[in-house]
Design a protein around this ligand. Structure first.
Ligand code: WQD
Length: 341
């Protein structure tokens, strides 16, 4: 079987991608330092696919360990790199923690891959690189704006590091710029596992609805949008996971048009915060108790993806709607409350 390395494979998007890889016949190796994920997710993945991924608990900032790993695994066809810190707010509080972790780990991975002749990389990037776009929907050619946070800056810098490496080596790479990943696997055995108080909208909604949190605060309803609340492009995590296989196989099947390519991964539809709340209530028949609060610093007004390049060039599009994603998030939250982990 073709071997694929998934860094951060016990995390939210990583675990869903591991499931899709295994169900497509790949042998998956996971490197994760468990800084922001739970080892029990390995059991959950195994329950879904019947195959336990080979797991290496490792910090990618440990250069020696990363080189040692690749010296022993010399037949890895490609790597999907999720492992990074991703809390926007925390990154503003502790910028060096983010620059060190997210950039040192990437450089170590790239050096070790180059030495091992592993030349296919899918990189987990983010629409955050666009900041507040001037034109919507936003295309991959939109100007990358000054990052609003050190987290967003690490994504921009990482893309540049990968691009430069692809120009001077045999590396082929694809950066996938995610919009807002939400939801959980249909089995409700894996899903989003925020540590502490969720900063993202959907896990806060489900934790508030299950009684784990108080009222949802809607951070501002005085934006220049139809209902006054910010608009985002919420994409089901399973649609997102499937895109990683398509990107990987674009490279392993030598279909890439350039050594380095970038694709937006979104639905192409924008929904406001109030849309999400109302859709959640309708899909689950569960009430969300919320109050309007002050704007959250750093929030942009609205962004949603131009999906033409992903649809026409990558050959991928989303299939799962907002209500399905929100329902799946709720099923997962209920399982967590039942002590599934
Ligand atoms: C969405 C909307 C909030 C919580 C972030 C990162 C981005 C990516 C996805 C990693 C905003 C509002 C939220 C709450 C609220 N992460 N909201 N009350 O900020 O668009 O994107 O997560 O790649 O990089 O920036 O997502 O879910 O935090 O917020 O009103 O309790 O929901 O103001 O308008 P965001 P989010």
């Amino acid at each position: 079987m073709t071997k694929i390395l998934v860094t951060g494979g016990t995390g939210y998007i990583g675990s869903h991608t591991v499931v899709e890889l295994q169900q497509s016949g790949y042998e998956v190796l996971i490197i994760d330092n468990l800084a922001n994920s739970n080892i029990k997710i390995l059991d959950q993945i195994t329950k879904i696919t019947g195959k336990r991924p080979e797991f290496f608990q490792m910090d990618l900032c440990d250069r020696e360990k990363v080189f040692d790993f690749f010296s022993k695994q010399n037949d890895i066809a490609g790597a999907i790199h999720f492992a990074a810190y991703k809390a926007v707010g925390e990154s503003s509080e502790f910028p060096l923690k983010y620059y060190k972790n997210n950039l040192f780990s990437l450089v170590n991975l790239l050096e070790a891959m180059d030495k091992a002749g592993c030349n296919n990389l899918v990189f987990s990037s983010s629409c955050t690189v666009y900041g507040q776009p001037d034109v919507l929907p936003v295309t991959e050619d939109a100007p990358v704006q000054k990052a609003e946070s050190p987290y967003g800056n690490t994504k921009q810098i990482s893309e540049e590091i990968i691009f430069d490496q692809s120009k001077t080596s045999d590396l082929k790479a694809i950066s996938l710029r995610y919009f807002n990943p939400i939801g959980a696997h249909e089995t409700a055995l894996i899903g989003e596992l925020p540590i502490g108080v969720p900063s993202n909208l959907v896990p806060f909604i489900t934790q508030s609805a299950i009684g784990k949190r108080g009222k949802l605060k809607v951070w501002g309803n005085d934006y220049n949008t139809p209902d006054g609340t910010p608009i985002r492009d919420y994409i089901h995590v399973v649609d997102l996971a499937k895109a990683h296989l398509v990107a990987l196989e674009r490279m392993t099947n030598n279909k890439s048009e350039d050594q380095y390519e970038v694709f937006n991964l979104g639905t192409g539809k924008g929904n406001s915060v109030l849309d999400v709340i109302l859709t959640f209530q309708k899909a689950t028949e569960v009430n969300v108790d919320y109050e309007i609060a002050q704007r959250r610093p750093g929030d942009i007004v609205q962004v949603w993806a131009d999906t033409r390049k992903a649809n026409e060039v990558l050959g991928w599009k989303t299939n799962l709607e907002l209500d399905v994603a929100l329902k799946s998030a709720w099923e997962w939250e209920k399982n967590l409350a039942q002590g599934i982990l």
